[in-house]
Structures are given as structure tokens and as C-alpha cells.
Design a protein around this ligand. Structure first.
Ligand code: HEM
Length: 482
């Protein structure tokens, strides 16, 4: 049955391709629409992500724009600044729409920002802006600072051997639960973490919903998480009703999200609030944890960059009283730290690219993109292009040091780790706060970490992941001055 559906879909699409072959970009949809997907996934299973898949086809067809088929969809791949700019502006006109597989949306929920468009999306973005921007984050900074200090005391003891990937992931999840959902209850958070991992593993699984499959377990885990988040929200609403002053300094973003209104005075519906809270945990978790893990690896491999960071953090700490929490101004003054994070994301982007669907026939670069086809912009082929980033394979945070080292930053649409267009990331400041705090307390704790394997392998399916979890030995001492 499934095979015949594949076959008829593939046949219909192939007929369309033959009829319009002169107008379409060069390329091949492969055998039964599945062959190309297998090549794509095999490329993601290696370091470099989709780079090999994209570069091979770019060379074979002599064009940066080519057709292929990904995840059963006829797809046009576009690259570089021009391709990214085209996607952003076509999406702003709603000629392209965000396109996630139906099975992923089934697990994420139909109300999440990535799934909605138009007025509902605008309302959600306005509310998220109010709750994830510097003003809101300033209110939760002392809580975040306290949790990060506590994490180092508990997990980074002298001579400990630990997996940085695992340790960082757990911390980022706990911090996000505390700041986004307002809960630090260890029992509840531990329980949520286990369900959370089962839930997100279903997002890239075969969507077979029968008992025992990864997808089915993920759907059940999602139901448990929804109940848990609903309870947390109800509890928070009751607390807020008892608060005398609704403008007091809320130490969690959930309270701010409950109270936030868009320009028309509308708030999130209860179902939206639940789905958006869970979505924020999902959107901010693996992305931030991966960026932090790879940043630490790059720093270990580049002692001169680490030394610059030490100077920056010592200067900031010297202005504080002992034990005084960092504030948002301190985070925004950590300019080299931010440059290290951006350079890490350039070389190890958590997203391998964006997939959008054409709502009508489009023209790009002289080629036709038929209605219903997907457009895919791979991140790596822009990030690793010497035209935009000189010596692009080199880890060099100074390319993002605007005002001080560089007169101009990279060209617009060349750095796309946070996506482009109306659905671009809303959590950059949150990620910046989480990662900067972590690096600050690591450095000020005089902690040294040494890899058991300096050049450990990693793969990119679905995001960059060290094969052995980046195992290190910890010691507490002074950094060598370079
Ligand atoms: C280094 C960390 C992060 C990276 C690299 C990252 C990257 C991305 C990317 C590539 C997208 C998709 C954009 C698109 O579809 O075009 C996205 C969307 C999003 N991210 Fe992030 N993200 C990070 C952290 C966070 C955090 C910490 C949060 C929240 C706490 C967050 C919230 C969101 C939201 C809400 C969206 C969806 C926006 C929409 O559909 O309107 N992200 N992010």
C-alpha cells in the first residue's frame, strides 16, 4: 500500500518534471523520491552536515540552484546570500510558508509559532518578544546566575571525569524549566526531562503510531508533558491572582507570558500558552546546549581565544562585589563571548537549513519553482563560503567583533544560524544569556577541562553531536597566560 502511494506520487511528480523540464532547475528527483533523501541523511550522519550532499550536486549540475527530492517532496535547493534573501522575502509575502512534516507538527502541537501564520503568528511573536527580550530577561537574571553557580559546584568538581555534552544538556534543560516554566522542583524536573527526551526523539522518527514505536512513545510522552505544563500554568495563574501588584518583579517568564498582551490587547489562549511553553523548551534546549558544547571544544582547541575570554570575564568580574549576580548589561558587555558563540554557530549550526513550501508558482534565478514544491536553503554552504567568510574553515571569532576589530560585519543573509524571514529565531537573547553565564562561571571558577580525545568525531543528524559526548577531565587551576 505505502509502496504504491510512493510510486504513484513519484510518477505524477516525474510527469510534471518531464513536461516542464526546460523551466525547472537542473538536478534529479532520484528513484521513487526516496533515493535522494537517503543520500541526504547519509551526509548528515557525518561531520559537515548536508555539505557533502549539496556540494556534490552543485558541482555535478554546475548550478547553485538545483532540484532534488527530500523527505518525499520535490525540492529546489537555493544557496548563498541571494538564495537566503529570496526565501526571506518570499516568506514575508507569504508566497512561501514554513513547512514542517505533518508528523512533527502532530508532536509539537498545532498552535506552535512554527506552525501558524498571519494574525495568530503575529500575536504570538509580539508576546514572545515581550517575554524573551532583554527587559524580561533582566528580571530572571539573578535566578539564572544562582542556578549556574550551583551547577558548577555540583557537577564540575576537581578531577571529575564528565561528558560535557550530557552535563551541559541537563543544565540547559533545568535552567529553561526554571526560567520558562517557573519550576525547580527536582522530582518534577527530572520526570519532565525523561519525557522531554522521549518526546523529541520522536520528532525525527518514522511516523508509525503503533505501540512500541519511537513515534508512539513520543506521542505519549507529549501527552504527559502537556498535563504537567497545564498543572504548572494553573498553579501560576492562581498565584498571580493572589498577587497584589501585577507588575511586580516576576522571576519567571511564564508569569510574564500569562500577563503579556499584543498590540490589540489579546493574550495567548490556554491551549496556545501550553503549546508555546513546550515549544520554547524544545526550540531553546538542544540548540543552546549544542552551541555551548561546541564552543567549549573550539576554546579548548584555540587557547589564544580562550585567553581573550579570560581577560574579558576577569574585567567584568572586577567591577562586581563578591557574590553579586550578573545583569543584562554585563551580558551585553561580553562582546568577545558573543563573537565566540556566533563563530561556533557559523561552523556548527544547530539547524542544517530551512524548508519552505511554495504557495504559488515562483521564479528564481530564471528557473520556475512549481506551486507545492519545497525550497530548501542549506546553512553550511553559505557559512562555509570564502566569498562571505575569508578562510571560512578557520575558527576566528574576530570576524564577528564589530566596532572593535571589523568595520563591517558579514554581509546580510550570510549568517543564517538563527534562520531568516518571519519565522527567524526569537530566542537569541535567551541563548546568549544562558551561554554567557555558563562561560563566565566556568572561567571565574578557574576550571580547566581536558579532552580524553581532542579531535573527537561528531555527526550532524539531526544536529551536531559528539559521538562520545565530549568526555573531559576537570581540574581547578590558573589558566596559562599566553
Ligand atoms: C543557539 C541557540 C539557538 C539557535 C541556533 C536557534 C535557531 C533557530 C532556528 C534556525 C529557527 C528556525 C527559523 C526558521 O524557521 O526560519 C528558530 C526558531 C525559533 N527559536 Fe530558536 N534557536 C536558538 C535558541 C532558542 C531559544 C533559547 C529559544 C527560546 C527560549 C528559541 C526560540 C525560538 C522560537 C520561538 C522559534 C520559532 C519562531 C517562529 O516560528 O516564529 N530559540 N531558532
Amino acid at each position: 500500500m505505502t509502496a504504491s502511494v510512493f510510486a504513484s506520487r513519484a510518477t505524477l511528480q516525474n510527469v510534471a518534471v518531464i513536461l516542464r523540464s526546460r523551466e525547472l532547475p537542473p538536478g534529479s528527483l532520484g528513484f521513487l523520491l526516496i533515493e535522494e533523501t537517503l543520500h541526504f541523511i547519509s551526509s548528515l550522519r557525518q561531520a559537515g552536515g548536508p555539505g557533502r550532499f549539496v556540494n556534490e550536486r552543485t558541482a555535478r549540475f554546475g548550478s547553485q540552484t538545483f532540484k532534488t527530492s527530500l523527505f518525499l517532496n520535490s525540492t529546489v535547493v537555493v544557496q548563498g546570500v541571494a538564495g537566503n534573501r529570496f526565501v526571506a522575502s518570499a516568506e514575508s509575502r507569504r508566497d512561501l510558508l514554513n513547512s514542517w512534516p505533518a508528523s512533527t507538527l502532530e508532536l509539537l502541537g498545532k498552535n506552535v509559532p512554527a506552525a501558524v501564520h498571519g494574525a495568530q503568528h503575529k500575536r504570538q511573536r509580539q508576546i514572545m518578544s515581550a517575554c524573551l527580550g532583554p527587559g524580561a530577561l533582566q528580571k530572571v537574571m539573578s535566578r539564572a546566575d544562582r542556578m549556574t553557580r550551583k551547577h558548577f559546584e555540583a557537577s564540575w568538581s576537581d578531577e571529575a571525569q564528565l561528558s560535557i555534552a550530557g552535563t551541559v544538556k541537563t543544565h540547559v534543560f533545568r535552567l529553561a524549566c526554571s526560567l520558562l516554566a517557573g519550576t525547580e522542583d527536582e522530582g518534577l524536573v527530572g520526570h519532565m526531562e525523561a519525557h522531554f527526551r522521549t518526546w523529541i526523539s520522536g520528532l525525527v522518527a518514522v511516523p508509525l503510531d503503533v505501540p512500541g514505536t519511537t513515534f508512539n512513545k513520543a506521542r505519549r510522552a507529549r501527552d504527559v508533558l502537556r498535563r504537567q505544563i497545564d498543572e504548572v500554568i494553573q498553579q501560576r495563574r492562581r498565584q498571580l491572582q493572589h498577587e497584589q501588584n501585577a507588575n511586580s518583579q516576576y522571576e519567571d517568564l511564564l508569569s510574564q507570558m500569562i500577563l503579556a498582551r499584543d498590540e490589540n490587547g489579546s493574550s495567548l489562549t490556554p491551549e496556545e500558552l501550553r503549546d508555546v511553553t513546550l515549544f520554547l523548551l524544545f526550540a531553546g534546549h538542544d540548540t543552546s546546549a549544542t552551541a555551548l558544547t561546541f564552543a567549549l571544544k573550539f576554546l579548548e582547541q584555540n587557547p589564544s581565544c580562550l585567553n581573550r575570554l579570560v581577560q574579558e570575564h576577569e574585567a567584568i568580574a572586577s567591577e562586581k562585589q563578591p557574590g553579586e549576580a550578573l545583569n543584562w548589561m554585563d551580558i551585553s558587555n561580553m562582546k568577545y563571548t558573543w563573537a565566540v558563540l556566533l563563530e561556533t554557530l557559523r561552523l556548527r549550526s544547530a539547524s542544517f537549513g530551512g524548508m519552505k513550501e511554495a504557495q504559488k508558482e515562483l521564479k528564481y534565478n530564471g528557473y520556475v519553482i512549481p506551486k507545492g514544491w519545497k525550497m530548501f536553503f542549506p546553512v553550511s554552504s553559505t557559512h562555509e563560503n570564502d566569498e562571505y567568510f575569508k578562510d571560512s574553515s578557520k575558527f576566528d571569532p574576530s570576524r564577528f567583533e564589530l566596532d572593535t576589530v571589523q568595520k563591517e560585519g558579514p554581509p546580510p543573509f550570510s549568517f543564517v544560524a538563527f534562520g531568516v524571514g518571519p519565522h527567524a529565531c526569537k530566542g537569541g537573547d535567551f541563548a546568549r544569556m544562558t551561554i554567557s553565564l555558563y562561560i563566565h562561571h566556568l572561567i571565574m571558577g578557574k576550571i580547566k577541562w581536558t579532552s580524553l580525545e581532542l579531535y573527537e568525531k561528531y555527526h550532524c543528524f539531526p544536529i551536531p553531536t559528539f559521538t562520545k559526548g565530549y568526555q573531559v577531565v576537570v581540574s581547578h587551576d590558573k589558566f596559562p597566560v599566553m
